[in-house]
Design a protein around this ligand. Structure first.
Ligand code: BES
Ligand code: MN
Ligand code: ZN
Length: 508
């Protein structure tokens, strides 16, 4: 993992492989951002002119590398675009800083140490943003590549050390901001690793073993229900989905408790370690991306560990509903009826609508403990991707205020999301002639239909929200800002902030 330090050294004197400065888009060309005064001075005050000559504009994500002039210890100056310069009396947004820091880190893959001299006009909040962006941008999935040293193969090692200049190591708030950023970024990066891990190496049992190990390390109680325990408990949804696979399903419960907790938050994650569609097999195409179908469980796992590492004063229970959706002679068929953990029966019309089946059991089980709120996270529907695109997750809920809060929290941490409705009239499309409900309804509004299905398995009177992250969970195009190609770690930062807000009591 990338190391993080707060440094009091001056930009000119610090030993590093590169010095990162910010450049914004001004009305008359690029403007050097605050924090880079010493660097600009070494360029005789002409850094903006030099950058403009090189074609830089300060646009978001733009990266320009320059040889450092004499007077600067680092051999390279990297100017990263922050986007439009803020209006008078305004500062750069946290997300602009996060993205710029991330783009710089990515451009410095293969380097040992980079010093970041980006603007920190808002104090601790900006320390947090730059640290988070730099650490999230310094991610690479190299576990399956022969060479990890950046000299051969196609994987460069991530930037090894990030030094933040202008942050104060002895300032309590700055230190806390950096520590939080490190914990959150490490857990997001851990989730990205899980998502990127090939499905032959990450089956439900392997995921459960990793969770068990992490639980020991961070003081989280972990209980794993294996296929025998699931059968004994009557978890027909999870078992039905896992029935076709040689790798049996698991339900993992992660309990983080604080002696000072006043509230209890339950998080439920869809953990399909591979979604082939089952008997309703997906057509051939880019199905390798369906290893990402456990991104919800990875997000829940990461959020619980982050809550423990941060010592939040709230109880957080994570539920990972793990199964592999495969076709075989033992697989669930379209037409089969499953008896769910809640006792309800579900007619399976399409075995590719498997996420809602595993989540339903986990939601019912999570409800038994009467938490103050439940949030489930799932790569649930292609319909949500059609509706919101690849970077925005949908939020559905049985409580309008809670849905709004989640949307605001996501915005605050730099995750794109949008509130979606649960129109009651879509329920009748799931009426079944043989069972209580079918696992599929109308095609139109498919993401909302899935949400309505889940709602039926949430305990009476419990506040619940559903995040459909099918779009943003896995980035199939190029990297941008602090978002890599592949697994992104979507929704984790939202869940962690939700846990913090729940702990501090400024939420319901
Ligand atoms: N895992 C998929 C949804 C998905 C799509 C995730 C694209 C990530 C990217 C889910 O299990 C699925 O197959 N859903 C079906 C439901 C349908 C059969 C009702 C879908 O969206 O097509
Ligand atoms: Mn599916
Ligand atoms: Zn799926």
């Amino acid at each position: 993992m990338t190391a993080l330090t707060l440094s009091t050294a001056g930009a000119a004197t610090l030993r590093a492989d590169a010095l990162v400065v910010g450049v914004a888009k001004g009305a008359k060309g690029p403007v050097v951002a605050p924090g880079a005064e010493a660097v600009d001075k070494a360029f005789d005050g002409k850094l903006a002119t030099v950058l403009e000559t090189l074609g830089a504009s300060g646009a978001e994500g733009e990266v320009t590398k320059l040889p450092a002039p004499s007077g600067i210890k680092a051999p390279v100056v990297l100017a990263v675009g922050l986007g439009s310069a803020p209006e008078k009396d305004e500062t750069f947004s946290a997300e602009a800083l996060r993205r710029a820091a991330g783009a710089a880190s990515r451009a410095l893959a293969g380097s040992k140490k980079a010093a970041f001299a980006l603007p920190l006009l808002d104090g601790a909040a900006d320390v947090a943003a730059v640290a988070e962006g730099a650490l999230l941008g310094a991610y690479a999935f190299t576990a399956y590549q022969e060479s990890k040293n950046g000299k051969e193969g196609n994987g460069k090692a991530p930037l090894a050390e990030v030094a933040l200049l202008g942050a104060k190591p002895r300032d309590k708030e700055h230190k806390a901001a950096a520590e939080r950023a490190l914990a959150v970024a490490e857990e997001v990066n851990r989730a990205r690793d899980l998502i990127n891990t090939p499905p032959n190496d990450l089956d439900p049992a392997a995921f459960a073993a990793i969770a068990t190990e992490a639980g020991k390390q961070h003081g989280i109680k972990v209980q794993v229900l294996d296929e025998k325990a699931l059968a004994k408990g009557g978890y027909g949804g999870i078992l039905g989905v896992g029935a076709g696979s040689a790798a049996p399903p698991r339900l993992v419960k992660l309990s983080y408790t604080s002696s000072r907790a006043k509230k209890h938050l339950a998080l439920v994650g869809k953990g399909i370690t591979y979604d082939s569609g089952g008997i309703s097999l997906k057509p051939a195409g880019h199905n390798e991306t369906m290893k990402c179908d456990m991104s919800g469980a990875a997000a829940v796992f990461a959020a619980v560990v982050a809550a423990a590492r941060l010592g939040l004063e709230v109880n957080v229970t994570g539920w990972l509903a793990l199964a592999e959706n495969m076709p075989s002679g033992s697989a669930t068929r379209p037409g089969d009826v499953l008896r769910m953990y809640s006792g309800k029966t579900v007619e399976v019309l399409n075995t590719d609508a498997e996420g809602r089946l595993v989540l339903a059991d986990a939601l019912t089980r999570a409800s038994e403990e009467k938490p103050d709120a439940i949030v489930d996270v799932a790569t649930l529907t292609g319909a949500m991707v059609l509706a919101l695109g690849n970077r925005t997750f949908g939020i559905m809920a049985n409580d309008d205020a809670f849905r709004t809060s989640l949307h605001e929290i996501a915005e605050e941490v730099g995750e794109q999301s949008w509130p979606m409705p649960l129109p009651a009239e879509l329920r009748k499309g799931m009426d079944s002639s043989t069972a209580d409900i079918a696992n599929m309804g109308e095609r139109m509004g498919g993401g909302l239909v899935a949400g309505l299905f889940l709602k039926e398995f949430v305990g009476e009177g419990i506040t619940w929200a559903h995040l459909d992250i099918a779009g943003p969970a896995f980035n199939e195009s190029g990297p941008y800002g602090y978002t890599p190609k592949g697994g992104t770690g979507s929704a984790i930062r939202t869940l962690v902030r939700l846990a913090e807000r729940t702990a501090s009591g400024d939420l319901g």
